[in-house]
Ligand binder design. Structure first.
Ligand code: GLY
Length: 408
């Protein structure tokens, strides 16, 4: 055999082996828990019925925020609330799973109400708001109008980047402060997308700079993260490390850990830089070796919450974590680690599908998941349904059912 032919054969074999190993990983026995797959199909159908019920209660121009089962009252929001993208995003995910056209029609209606936020430069939450909504809408049925909305949103988000701090500003505050929260990692996907479709690398550079600065400053030695960092906007130095939604400045707020895990997994997906994969693995290790994490996989609202084991759990942190773990399992080189992450996500999905967390049909105001904690120190949205718990739970089930989807 000629040398060049041999090389070609070797390359083809190696490509084949790689492809087979990817397929093997995707078809891992851990993905074939038939009972869970059946439960997932039922959850999609139940969620679709719940969301159709919720839609009936929604005032025009308003977005669901939460529901208080004790009084039967809803709390709604305007389009500027950081969660406004989750309702359309959930409708779109459920439409894909059920093919129920009514869900798509409702998503299209509410997207029109949301569109104006593309020009909102007063929040860092545009990734949540616009990418979970219009990003999914564009993925399902691409339209030039959606692309424009998403690119305008990405440009609005970039106005909050400060090269001195190397970060996107999360919250506006008094002059001399520059507040960045770990949650901000979730808004970077929109910027990666913007570079892919526009060819303008400035979005990508801002996202990567923000991710690098956050690795440098936001994490403790045990790989847990602070919630809020206050930078000097002129010199870039960190002035304070504290919390807003956690139990204490030095505690590990559960949803913050989940945002970090998801954010760095997504950043690895978009960059293929192993630094981000390592960071995601470190965060997962922190969470899943923590002595306060219950065996059912649903964390207390803060890993250091006062009153554990009687403290409240946060189903939203669990849902975000499950979705991130499934994606992470597809990137880890070590097969045992991949299976480990899938097993952990299975535990969470099974617990959230049980009667303690999944609402009975027609209950919970049409939300699917119960027992989320929004802002404990503020005493707001405590032990209630939350739009993002539903969104990430449904996303996690989609990912579990078919790894690699929904394609981002
Ligand atoms: N980004 C706000 C929260 O997680 O509550």
């Amino acid at each position: 055999m000629k040398r060049s032919t041999r090389f070609l054969v070797l390359m083809t074999c190696s490509l084949l082996i790689n492809t087979l190993s990817i397929i093997a990983q995707k078809n891992s026995p851990y993905l074939k828990d038939k009972e869970l797959l059946k439960t997932i199909e039922k959850n999609f159908a139940d969620a679709a019925a719940q969301y159709k019920l919720m839609a009936q209660h929604l005032p025009a121009e308003k977005f669901p925020k939460t529901f208080f089962p004790a009084t039967g009252e809803y709390e709604f929001s305007n389009s500027g609330w950081w969660c406004s993208g989750f309702y359309p995003g959930t409708l779109l995910y459920l439409y894909e799973q059920t093919k129920d056209r009514a869900l798509y029609t409702e998503a299209e209606r509410i997207l029109q109400v949301l569109e104006k936020e593309k020009n909102n430069t007063s929040t860092h939450d545009l990734g949540f708001m616009m990418f979970c909504s219009f990003g999914n809408a564009n993925r399902i049925a691409a339209k030039p109008a959606y692309k424009d909305i998403l690119l305008t949103s990405a440009k609005s988000l970039c106005t909050r980047f400060n090269p001195k701090t190397g970060c996107i500003k999360s919250w506006d505050s008094k002059a001399g402060d520059f507040l960045v929260i770990i949650d901000n990692m979730m808004n970077l996907e929109l910027l990666f997308w913007a570079t892919k479709v526009s060819g303008d690398s400035s979005f990508y550079k801002i996202a990567v700079t923000h991710a690098n600065t956050t690795i440098k400053n936001h994490f403790r030695d045990d790989n847990s993260s602070y919630h809020v960092l206050n930078y000097d906007p002129e010199r870039g130095a960190v002035k304070q490390k504290r919390t807003a939604q956690g139990a204490a400045d030095e505690s590990a707020w559960a949803r913050g850990q989940a945002w970090g895990l998801y954010g760095y997994t997504a950043t690895y997906r978009e960059t293929k830089d192993p630094v981000y994969l390592e960071q995601a693995i470190k965060i997962a290790d922190f969470m899943f070796t923590h002595p306060s994490l219950p065996a059912d996989g649903i964390p207390y609202w803060d890993f250091n919450a006062p009153g554990i084991p009687d403290a409240l759990r946060d189903a939203s942190a669990a849902a975000i974590t499950a979705s991130a773990l499934i994606e992470l399992s597809g990137y880890t080189q070590n097969k045992d680690d991949a299976h480990h992450y899938l097993k952990l996500s299975e535990t969470i999905l099974k617990t959230l599908s049980g009667p303690l967390y999944k609402a009975a049909p027609g209950k919970n105001g049409g939300f699917l998941i119960q027992h989320g904690v929004g802002h404990m120190p503020n005493k707001t949205e405590v032990d209630v349904p939350l739009t993002y718990a539903d969104y990430y739970f449904i996303e996690a089930m989609i990912r579990y059912k078919k790894p690699g989807t929904p394609a981002k």
